[in-house]
Design a protein around this ligand. Sequence first.
Ligand code: ADE
Length: 320
Amino acid sequence: QTELSLRPKTLTQYIGQEKIKQEVAVYIEAAKTREEPLDHVLLYGPPGLGKTTLAGVIANEMEVNFKTTSGPAIEKPGDLVALLNELRPGDILFIDEIHRLPKNVEEILYSAMEDFYIDIVVGQDATAHPVHFPLPPFTLVGATTRAGLLSAPLRARFGIVEHMQYYTEAELSQVVLRSATVFNTRIDPLGAREIARRSRGTPRVANRLLKRVRDFAQVAHKEMIDQEIVDYALNLLQVDNQGLDETDRKMLQTMINLYNGGPVGLATIAANIGEETETVADMLEPYLMQIGFMKRTARGRMVTPAAYAHLGIDPHKNKK
Ligand code: ADE
């Protein structure tokens, strides 16, 4: 009898990312057989694809403790020493947004990862002295939105590097059906499919939309979520049939109206729509590129004909 929670606990329960699961299952089995910690793992890819969830699954499958933190939360070398000190041999330390570690923390991570020790200077001025901390052998699992954001020396210390992919509609349907079971909510396969279609390949989005649709279904006294109520709710939420929301459409429309569809720089786009450049780079652009609505060129980003068609804009009409 396994307790069902929104986050899967085992590789078998984890939906999608088939290639990664297949590889990781081998590394886990091999490490367990040798009674060694798993090699350090780097997971990279867009937000919401289940990097933290997968890290937790790996810890569970390795039967070790799972400790989580994030790059910005570790402000100084001493913070990292404190975290690593609490680990038992084989435990997993998960660092989300690992590209945002302060430089001086990143530098002490090198010896921690490679040889399981940390040398830091304790005290100030006359009392300053180096201290050598041996560490238990541990596994670092790092997550980042783009592998290119990591420095080369840090990236080189991960023995296992996995690129998370957007989920297919069929995979997301399975995620939605599974989550509906966890929420004790009835949904039919076409309803699940419609949520999946509009979730931009991202389980976090699918689960959020499922919750909102469930609210609409409940208030409408529907005992079952079907395609009709999904359509109604998501149209109200202005999530279109490609999963684009107001922000996505505003971005494409801004590029078209102000820059004739590009080429235009990322920071310029971000400033014009009132978003952080990092938000545009990590959350908006990757999906629009994935569905072929935007492309990258040497001179900047461009809107594609497919995006014009989707927005119902004639590409020749507003050319200068
Ligand atoms: N919930 C979020 N991501 C999931 C996944 N990949 N498999 C199962 N449930 C999930």
